[in-house]
Design a protein around this ligand. Structure first.
Ligand code: RP5
Length: 181
């Protein structure tokens, strides 16, 4: 049921990559309730043409799945993991402890504490186990950071990132000009 909901929600706004293409990024989240936030990472990867997969993996409710996902990701060709979770958000840190791959954490704002609980849970990692934490609910930045990480070894992707930055700058300048006119 969860995967059906997940796939239909993704198809609404961002189409998942062809299953035959090896995903380079793993987007995982603690619950399907995180999907409205986490789909923004998928949108960015779609925009840059980066293949990815989306999975529900809970550190607390499906710890065995979390272990097998984290331990197998590297051998399956995943290069970066984006992990989103809310509340006692242990998923990104636990996954980072099990894989040598870079892990980007997305603190998801829950129904209480305004997402500060998620942020603190994800950002306060012990020395030796890094998680690159983005702002609360900012899965867009997680997607962009994943593209930059992959771009370090992929000149085409890095060129597309430069173009994105130029486009963003031009858009801001256009808006500023409009205001001044
Ligand atoms: C976390 O608990 C999930 O990442 C989610 O943000 C939060 C609430 O999950 P649900 O109760 O909505 O499934 O593990």
């Amino acid at each position: 049921i969860v995967l059906t909901r997940l796939n239909s929600m993704l198809k609404e706004e961002a189409s998942e990559s062809e299953p035959t293409i090896t995903p380079r990024v793993g987007i995982i989240m603690g619950s399907d309730s995180d999907l409205p936030v986490m789909k923004d990472a998928a949108k960015v990867l779609d925009m840059f043409g980066v293949p990815y997969e989306v999975r529900i993996v809970s550190a607390h409710r499906t710890p065995e799945t979390m272990f097998s996902y984290a331990l197998s990701a590297r051998n399956r060709g995943i290069q970066v993991i984006i992990a989103g979770a809310g509340g006692a958000a242990h998923l990104p840190g636990m996954v980072a402890s099990l894989t040598p791959l870079p892990v980007i954490g997305v603190p998801v704002r829950g129904s209480s504490l305004d997402g500060m609980d998620s942020l603190m849970s994800i950002v306060q990692m012990p020395r030796g186990v890094p998680v690159a934490t983005v702002a609360i609910n900012n899965a867009t930045n997680a997607g962009l950071l994943a593209v930059r990480m992959l771009g370090a070894g992929d000149a085409d992707l890095l060129a597309r990132m430069s173009q994105y930055q130029e486009d963003t700058r031009d858009e801001v300048l256009r808006k500023a000009e409009k205001l001044q006119a």
